[in-house]
Ligand binder design. Sequence first.
Ligand SMILES: NC(=O)c1ccc[n+]([C@@H]2O[C@H](COP(=O)([O-])OP(=O)(O)OC[C@H]3O[C@@H](n4cnc5c(N)ncnc54)[C@H](OP(=O)(O)O)[C@@H]3O)[C@@H](O)[C@H]2O)c1
Length: 252
Amino acid sequence: MTFQQGRAAVVTGASTGIGEATVRRLAADGWRVWAVARRAERLAALADQTGATAVALDITDDDGVARLVQQVTAGGGIDTLINIAGGARGTDWVADAKTEDWEWMYEVNVVGTMKLTRAFLPMLREHGTGTVLNLTSTAATASYEGGGGYNAAKAAQRAMTRALRLEEVENNVRVVEVLPGMVHTEEFSLNRLGDKGAAENVYAGVEKPLTAADVADVVAYAVSVPHHVNLDEIVVRPVAQAAAHKVIRRTN
Ligand SMILES: NC(=O)c1ccc[n+]([C@@H]2O[C@H](COP(=O)([O-])OP(=O)(O)OC[C@H]3O[C@@H](n4cnc5c(N)ncnc54)[C@H](OP(=O)(O)O)[C@@H]3O)[C@@H](O)[C@H]2O)c1
């Protein structure tokens, strides 16, 4: 990818995993980047290493989002919003669903993505060649036992993304959706399952799950191609995962 002079992005979910890798990749490509998540210390370390600007906030908090818009405006604005913050809580079947887990997943994946998008759309429209990239999941398109809450949240985030593409085309805002399959990140399965052993079992025997850097490469490519090119829905999985239900695991 060529040096992306003059490009600027807000990246959420930047304190770890795919978001952090995306900040590193875009900064290395010459982008001006605002790195957003809740954990300030992790963001500060990332900012030191990459030159990105750290902004600690909860994406579901309206005041925090409004402050971010002010800060970004004062810093020259962005042409690209990359919504990566999100995640899963629990694997309970619907019969045993924990309301608080379902609410958390909807709030962060759907409402948080909506709040950031709503807040930055005026700036992206005014720019003239804006881009919104939402990171959903293959969980949005294939449900599985124990996935109901996450499937529902990611399907809702995907549905919102598809509506946004239709709504913003007159404003020349490009809307991209990236749907990863299995990505071995430090925290995703740990946060979902609550213990290290269970989290590692998710990837057991899978020779090469995707890494955060693999997905960051795809994200960076999608937002860096000329603006009239819209990779509107990108499914990215490890080769060992031919489908959500078919994962090759080596046992020796
Ligand atoms: N790993 C996978 O297999 C996989 C596959 C497909 C899709 N995805 C999706 O890809 C995205 C990133 O995944 P990942 O594996 O990198 O996840 P992760 O390691 O769990 O990272 C989630 C990120 O979101 C941030 N975040 C969570 N709640 C937030 C809030 N309320 N406000 C601001 N930031 C918040 C977290 O930072 P703080 O805790 O510091 O706020 C963290 O930076 C998620 O949307 C996930 O659903 C993951």
